[in-house]
Design a protein around this ligand. Structure first.
Ligand code: AMP
Length: 398
């Protein structure tokens, strides 16, 4: 008899990723990505049994997107209702103060995810739609929420607390939660394993550079700092999010420019970052614009790299000794130039990238530093779906 599978659902603001896999071996039965949900033309890419189906169609919401995915499973001969599923694992971005460990979803959990939605307005609402759609489709299968904040739950106060009135921050649970935790957790463990090092005595920096981007510092296997904060808006420059800004700018936008809170929210979450600076949020498009001589795109790139270097500097000093730096996610795994530029000229800090190694492409972890670089620099493809599937299975088995 084949081992039970987990269906992982990762619902973003306008996208939905799903994967049907066996959590122990990591063997993937099917894998899909639906983009531009809610726009006139959505795109679904579904891979199963060695073949890829790409369709363009109108998918008005996440419910329609999930129904379409089921149709493609069926077209490839898999009736999901008949599959031996031990759990559906959901990526949930924010669980507030009380939810951070993998959690069996019930009405109370749904209410709590909804209550803290203002802290992750791009993510929590679609996460909930994904949960509700999966509950309706698989009423007898345990649904497990795996929180993006979980890995950073134990951040020390010195990096978790904002320097504001303590009474206010305690009353409203205003602290730095950190996000992309599943990826930072997976990548840092994979990096230590790949190099044959003991996780608990390794100091690492992980740069997760995708459409969203964050960095973490890990000392002796415990996260000690990360760039995202109360919400996934703080830190690095991202596709459409601004990252760090002077909080006074928000007051100015409201008082002097006259923008409402919702307009500021939209500006900082959706019209900022690379998109705000040069009109494109997709890193490949930004690169093409630079190659075509676009000055705004070049400035956007320079700001992106400058912010990365600022955090590399902070984390190298925080850790004192850094054994491993890993790059991951869409940009981190693919953009050799970003890796080279963000760590250029750091030979004095014991970090040297080997240009030939850095140019190699692949789907496996690989070293991109020179043999005499004191810090080993890696590219480690992230696999949040596998990590979520394993955590979901462990919870339902316990
Ligand atoms: P993610 O959020 O991890 O899916 O990453 C999405 C980002 O990765 C987008 O900005 C893409 O443009 C970027 N990306 C994907 N493939 C490449 C590539 N080959 N070169 C540069 N950037 C890429």
């Amino acid at each position: 008899m084949s081992a039970p599978l987990v269906l992982v659902i990762n619902a973003g603001s306008s996208s939905l990723k799903y994967q049907l896999l066996e959590p122990d071996s990591g063997e993937v039965t099917a894998d899909g990505l639906i983009e531009r949900i809610g726009e006139p033309v959505s795109v679904i890419t579904h891979e199963q049994g060695g073949s890829e189906t790409v369709e363009e169609l109108s998918l008005p919401d996440h419910g329609a997107a999930i129904a379409k995915a089921l149709e493609l499973f069926a077209a490839k001969g898999t009736d999901l209702a008949q599959v031996d599923l031990c759990a559906v694992g959901h990526r949930v971005v924010h669980g507030g103060r009380s939810l951070y460990e993998p959690t069996l979803i019930d009405q109370h959990v749904i209410d709590e995810i909804e209550r803290v939605s203002p802290l992750a307005p791009l993510h929590n609402p679609p996460n909930l739609v994904g949960i509700e759609a999966a509950q309706a489709l698989f009423p007898d299968v345990p649904q497990v929420a795996v929180f993006d904040t979980g890995f950073f739950h134990g951040l020390p106060d010195k990096s978790a607390l904002y320097a504001i009135d303590r009474e206010v921050s305690e009353k409203y649970a205003l602290r730095r939660y950190g996000f992309h935790g599943t990826s930072h957790d997976y990548v840092s463990h994979r990096a230590a394993e790949f190099l044959g090092r003991d996780y608990a005595s390794t100091n690492q920096i992980v740069a997760h550079l995708g459409n969203g981007a964050s960095m973490s510092a890990i000392r002796d296997g415990r996260p000690v700092d990360t760039t995202m904060g109360l919400t996934p808006l703080e830190g690095l420059v991202m596709g459409t999010r601004c990252g760090d800004i002077d909080p006074g700018l928000l007051l100015h936008l409201n008082r002097v420019v006259g923008l409402s809170v919702d307009e500021i929210d939209h500006l900082l979450n959706k019209q900022s970052g690379l998109k705000g600076l040069c009109g494109e949020n997709d890193f490949r498009s930004v690169t093409q614009m630079i190659e075509a001589g676009n000055a705004d795109a070049k400035t956007a790139y320079d700001i992106y790299i400058h912010r990365l270097r600022r955090y590399f500097g902070a984390y190298l000093v925080e850790l004192g000794r850094t054994d491993i730096i890993s790059f991951t996610a869409g940009v981190g795994e693919n953009a050799a130039g970003v890796r080279a530029d963000s760590l250029a000229g750091l030979e004095g800090f014991g970090i040297a990238i080997d240009p030939e190694r850095n140019a190699v492409r692949g789907h496996e972890p690989r070293v991109i530093s020179t043999d005499d670089s004191r810090t080993t620099v890696l590219v480690v493809p992230t696999n949040e779906e596998l990590a979520i599937a394993r955590q979901a299975k462990a919870l339902v088995a316990s």
